[in-house]
Write a protein that binds this ligand. Structure first.
Ligand code: HEM
Length: 416
């Protein structure tokens, strides 16, 4: 998705199609969302097949929709690619469960993913990041977006307990779930791609658990943790283990790569910001936050209104779907002055909602933040510049904002 918007446009909001995939590959969604925030902060759309959804685009409204499960439930599904089909995993999959059950399971899983719990993984992640960057060391053309798809698997694979030989397949399957219409990932139609990927991923986790039980093995991995944790005084059911393992795999694989490539693209376009971060590495944590805000890789999440609900100057009818546009909230001028300027010294960048808001706030946030910090520390330390070496190609998805190709050349830093 284009992250630096072009000039403002006069947009007819009645004919805007927020599920038009071309908008995210060749269009300019930020110019559309700018007009929506200003003129129609609550927007209604009916798709040609009759499915309908409401959209909120302002920061305050996005926080309310994501944050208040009494008004907006997660239990009928949260991913817009599933709009119109109630989630069969409601109440069992962490992301599709409301409190109080959500709180019990989340607390138990989250214990392994707090900033303190992931801190000991720093050295291992740094070694992984250096290995990830190795193909760029010779100064040749390096497709960062393509290779970045492997980064979370390289980082989270060992933490989850997944062997290296399975990474590529799992990366492909998780990309199929989130961008089922992208030509790089689709297998037949969109529905078929989603069904195949979902089935294969659940089967993968189930088989992993069966093998682990048969071998009697146990280590400190996240999947082992899912098998042994107790939530509300009982272990997770096998179905919950499979679904939550799937959800962690998905959450990890499909977002961090696009934050990496979108932030590097922003730095390529603004060499002054690259130089500033290099001159003062203390800016790197803020660079990470600004990169998260700027890229908003999880472009939206969905909820369903529980009752008739007033928001954004209108009323969402009971049981209707509402999409909270995170990408727009993170460019809301009331929260982020001059929002379309990428500024690694921005104050308050951390208020972004790239990790969501409220009870479902990204459970992998500390791990993602640490991975991104290490990534930029290594890039800035090893390379004097990164340059564009070809045309970027955008992911064909209205759910995940990202790129499939970003050819770059990295200039190795000379040390005297
Ligand atoms: C830059 C990287 C990431 C971004 C932008 C991101 C974004 C998000 C967002 C917006 C949500 C909220 C969903 C909602 O409100 O329904 C979320 C939840 C979640 N994320 Fe992430 N995520 C990232 C990295 C990760 C990683 C590394 C993991 C796994 C280790 C992960 C696992 C999850 C899970 C399991 C949830 C569901 C939490 C719940 O329902 O309580 N994410 N993520």
């Amino acid at each position: 998705m284009r992250l630096t918007p072009g000039p403002a446009q006069d947009i007819d909001l009645d004919s805007v199609d927020l599920f038009d995939l071309d908008l995210y590959t060749a269009g300019d969604p930020h110019t559309v969302w700018d007009v929506m925030r200003a003129k129609a902060p609550l927007h209604h759309q009916v798709l040609p097949d009759g499915r309908e959804f409401w959209s909120v685009t302002r920061y305050e409204d996005v926080c309310r929709v994501l944050g208040d499960h009494r008004e907006f439930t997660s239990e009928r599904g949260t991913v817009p690619t599933h709009l119109g089909t109630d989630d069969a995993a409601a109440g069992k999959l962490l992301t599709s469960t409301d409190p109080p059950r959500h709180t019990q399971v989340r607390r138990a899983i989250g214990a392994k993913l707090t900033a303190r719990a992931v801190a000991p993984w720093e050295d291992r992640i740094r070694r992984t990041v250096v290995r990830f960057l190795e193909p760029a060391f010779d100064g040749g053309v390096f497709d960062l977006a393509e290779r970045a798809l492997l980064l979370p698997a390289m980082v989270t694979g060992p933490l989850l307990g997944i062997p290296e030989r399975d990474w590529e397949e799992l990366v492909q399957l998780t990309a199929m779930v989130t961008a089922p219409s992208d030509p790089h990932f689709k297998q037949g139609g969109e529905a078929a791609t989603l069904a195949i990927a979902h089935h294969e991923l659940i089967t993968y986790v189930n088989e992993w658990v069966t093998r682990r039980r048969a071998s009697g093995g146990d280590d400190d991995s996240l999947l082992d943790h899912l098998m042994t944790l107790r939530a509300g005084d009982a272990p997770l059911t096998d179905e919950e283990i499979a679904l939550d393992g799937y959800s962690i795999l998905l959450g990890a694989n499909v977002t961090t790569p696009h934050t990496v490539s979108g932030t590097i693209q922003a730095l390529i376009e603004r060499p002054g910001q690259f130089a500033a971060a290099q001159a003062d590495p203390a800016l790197i944590p803020n660079l990470v936050e600004e990169g998260l805000r700027w890229t908003s890789a999880a472009c939206n999440f969905m909820r369903y209104a529980v009752g008739d609900t007033e928001i954004g100057g209108g009323t969402i009818p009971a049981r209707a779907a509402v999409v909270a546009w995170i990408g727009s909230a993170n460019r809301d001028e009331l929260q982020f002055p001059d929002p379309h300027t990428f500024d690694i010294t921005r104050g308050g960048a951390k208020r972004h909602v790239a990790f969501g808001f409220g009870p479902h706030f990204c459970i992998g946030g500390p791990l993602a933040r640490m991975t991104l910090r290490i990534f930029f520390e290594e890039v800035l330390q090893r390379f004097s510049a990164v340059e564009l070496a070809g045309e970027p190609e955008h992911l064909r998805s209205y759910f995940i904002a990202g790129m499939t190709h970003l050819p770059v050349v990295a200039r190795t830093r000379r040390t005297s």
